[in-house]
Design a protein around this ligand. Structure first.
Ligand code: MEV
Length: 345
C-alpha cells in the first residue's frame, strides 16, 4: 500500500528577498497542497506527476549519481565569489528537479533501494507559492514513511532545504520551513551560522486572516534562482538600504497584524512592494492591477521571488476587493492562510 502525504504551499505576507540577507519574513502556509504517494520499488525510481503530465522510470544508480553531481556543482557555485549557480541551473532543469529531490532523500536516509512516487498538486508551479518547497517537503516525508522511518519535522526540513538549494542556489530556507511546519510563522536565518529561527505567530495573530486574496498574474519569465540573483546584482549602495527597510517593515507588520490595524497593514504592504519593485521585480500586468487595487483603498504585492506569478491583495472590505480584481479580468482566489504543515493523509 502506498503512503500518501501532503504539504501546503506558502505565501510571504512580507519579507521576501530581504530574508535571503538575514532579515525576517512573515509567512503563512496556504490552503493549496501538493500530494505525494510513495511506495517501495526495487532498483528503480518511478515518477508520475499528474499536474505536469510527466512520467519517467529511472535507474536507481542514475538517480543517486545525478543528485550527487548536482550537489558537487552546487558546492562549486557556492564557493565562487560572488556565488554563481548558472552551471547548477542548467544541470537541474524542469522535471530533473524531482530526480535531485528523490536522490538526495534516498542518500540522506541511507536507503539503497528505489521508490515509486505519484504527485498531484493544487499549487501552480513557479508562481511564488512555494511549489518546489511543498514538493521537496512532501517527497522527503513520503519516501521516509514508505521505508518505515518516522523523521522529526526538523530533519524533514533539513533534507528539503538541501533539495531547495539544488533548485534555487542560495535560498533562505523560509519556503521549505513554512511548507514543513505550517501555520503563520516568523522566519529568519542567521547569515553567519546558517541557523533558522522559526517562530509560530499563532498566539500573536490568532484570528483567520480573511481580508487577503491571491490573484494569479501569469507565469514569471525567470526562475526563483534567477530573480534572487537579479536582486543580488544591484549595487550594495542601492540594494542594502532597501533590504534593511523591508526587514523593518516586517517587524512593524507584526505589530499591525496583532492590532488588526488595517490601515497599517495596507501601508506596510504597499511600501514593501515599492521597494521590491525598485529591484525590477514587477511586470506591466502586475503594475496595472496593483494601481487599481490601491486606487480603491487596498494594498497588493507580488509574492515570493516575484517577476509575475501570484499576487497577494488586501482590503478590509473583501467583496469590494474581489469586485475590483474581477473588473480587471482577473480571478481572485480566497485561500485559507496558516494551514497545517506536512502530514500523512
Ligand atoms: C522565494 O519564494 C522567496 C525569496 O525570498 C527567496 C528565498 O527566501 O529563498 C525570494
Amino acid at each position: 500500500m502506498p503512503v500518501k502525504v501532503s504539504a501546503p504551499g506558502k505565501v510571504h505576507l512580507v519579507g521576501e528577498h530581504a530574508v535571503v540577507y538575514g532579515e525576517p519574513a512573515i509567512m503563512a502556509a496556504v490552503g493549496l497542497r501538493t500530494y505525494v504517494d510513495a511506495e517501495r520499488e526495487r532498483g528503480s525510481v518511478i515518477v508520475e506527476d499528474f499536474q505536469r503530465k510527466f512520467k519517467a522510470k529511472w535507474d536507481l544508480k542514475g538517480v543517486l549519481d545525478f543528485s550527487e553531481e548536482a550537489r558537487k556543482i552546487w558546492e562549486s557555485g557556492a564557493g565562487k565569489k560572488p556565488a554563481d549557480f548558472s552551471g547548477l541551473f542548467s544541470f537541474v532543469k524542469g522535471d530533473d528537479f524531482k530526480k535531485a529531490v528523490i536522490g538526495t532523500t534516498l542518500s540522506k536516509l541511507g536507503i539503497m533501494e528505489g521508490v515509486k512516487v505519484r504527485i498531484t498538486s493544487e499549487i501552480p508551479t513557479g508562481s511564488g507559492l512555494g511549489s518546489s518547497s511543498a514538493l521537496s517537503v512532501a517527497i522527503v516525508k513520503a519516501v521516509s514513511e514508505a521505508y518505515g522511518k518516522k523523521l522529526p519535522l526538523e530533519k524533514i526540513n533539513e533534507i528539503a532545504f538541501g533539495c531547495e538549494q539544488l533548485a534555487h542556489g542560495m535560498p533562505s530556507g523560509g519556503d521549505n520551513s513554512t511548507c514543513c511546519f505550517g501555520g503563520l510563522i516568523w522566519f529568519q536565518k542567521d547569515i553567519k551560522t546558517g541557523k533558522f529561527i522559526i517562530k509560530s505567530l499563532r498566539k500573536e495573530v490568532p484570528y483567520e486572516m480573511k481580508e487577503f486574496v491571491l490573484v494569479y498574474t501569469g507565469k514569471p519569465e525567470k526562475t526563483t534562482g534567477e530573480l534572487v540573483q537579479q536582486v543580488r546584482m544591484h549595487e550594495p549602495e542601492f540594494r542594502d538600504p532597501r533590504i534593511k527597510r523591508i526587514g523593518e517593515i516586517t517587524r512593524e507588520m507584526l505589530g499591525a497584524l496583532k492590532e488588526r490595524d488595517s490601515e497599517g497593514i495596507k501601508s506596510l504592504i504597499n511600501e514593501d512592494w515599492t521597494l521590491l519593485r525598485d529591484f525590477g521585480l514587477s511586470t506591466p500586468t502586475a503594475d496595472k492591477l496593483i494601481e487599481k487595487i490601491k486606487s480603491m483603498g487596498g494594498a497588493a504585492k507580488l509574492c515570493g521571488a516575484c517577476g509575475g506569478g501570484m499576487m497577494l491583495a488586501y482590503h478590509e472590505d473583501l467583496d469590494r476587493l474581489k469586485k475590483a480584481i474581477k473588473s480587471e479580468g482577473f480571478d481572485p482566489m480566497e485561500v485559507k492562510l496558516g494551514v497545517e504543515g506536512v502530514r500523512v493523509e
